[in-house]
Write a protein that binds this ligand. Structure first.
Ligand code: CA
Length: 225
């Protein structure tokens, strides 16, 4: 199990690193939200241990943003905020579990093991449309069985549209799903992204197309011959 720790308390991070290392987890540790985003964009993690009090961004915002991007890694919140409201907002905000500081290492290890067991039961179903398959677990698209190389955002857009095939997806909903909240967005950013995605699909001879519904949004469907 590959785990990302986002925690600015260096001593605590060290304690967690050593403990989880001994328990056999592969751990990367970062000390702020920005480095956390970077790590998640370049590496695939099974779980994220997230401190809510980060220096550059609130941990809850970090969590919401990562779920919006379609990040499916388990999230275990680590915090001193032990009120019921915080716990509830953490769990409704997309966290899978909650651990209050101070905690004992065996408890953290036990929680991660429990998430690991859940992971093996929660593999998402393969998406399929025409000759295109999308594996939400590997985040990989295949056309006629051949892998297609897509950027992370192209991948996000394809997954989102495939899950809603034959339905019109409003622009704003697709934008929210692909781009982090608060990101400065050129007005044509989504059109450019969809244009590139179409090109990749065309080059791979996919028999699905993404149709622009003027003034409304996009719809992915089987291409009529
Ligand atoms: Ca902190």
């Amino acid at each position: 199990m590959k785990v990302l720790l986002v925690e600015d308390n260096v001593r605590l991070a060290e304690y967690v690193s050593i403990g989880l290392g001994k328990a056999g987890f592969a751990l990367d540790a970062v000390t702020n939200a920005e480095d956390g985003d970077l790590a998640l964009s370049t590496t695939s993690y099974d779980a994220v241990i997230l401190d809510l009090g980060l220096p550059d961004r609130d941990g809850m915002t970090f969590l919401t943003d990562m779920r919006k991007r379609g990040e499916t890694a388990f999230v275990l919140i680590l915090t001193a905020r032990d009120t019921v409201e915080d716990r509830v907002s953490g769990l409704t905000g997309g966290a899978d579990d909650y651990l209050i500081k101070p905690f004992a290492m065996p408890e953290l290890v036990a929680r991660l093991r429990a998430l690991e067991r859940r992971q093996s039961h929660s593999m998402e179903l393969m998406l399929s449309r025409g000759n295109v398959q999308f594996d939400p677990n590997a985040r990989e698209a295949r056309v006629q069985g051949k892998a297609v190389t897509l950027s992370r955002r192209e991948t996000d857009a394809l997954e989102f549209l495939m899950k809603r095939a034959d339905r019109v997806v409003p622009r704003s909903i697709l934008e929210d799903a692909i781009y982090p909240m608060g990101e400065e967005l050129a007005s044509n950013a989504l059109d450019v992204l969809i244009h590139r995605l179409r090109k990749h699909l065309q080059e791979a001879q996919a028999d699905i197309s993404i149709v622009t519904m003027r003034g409304v949004g996009y719809m992915l469907s089987y291409k009529e011959a």
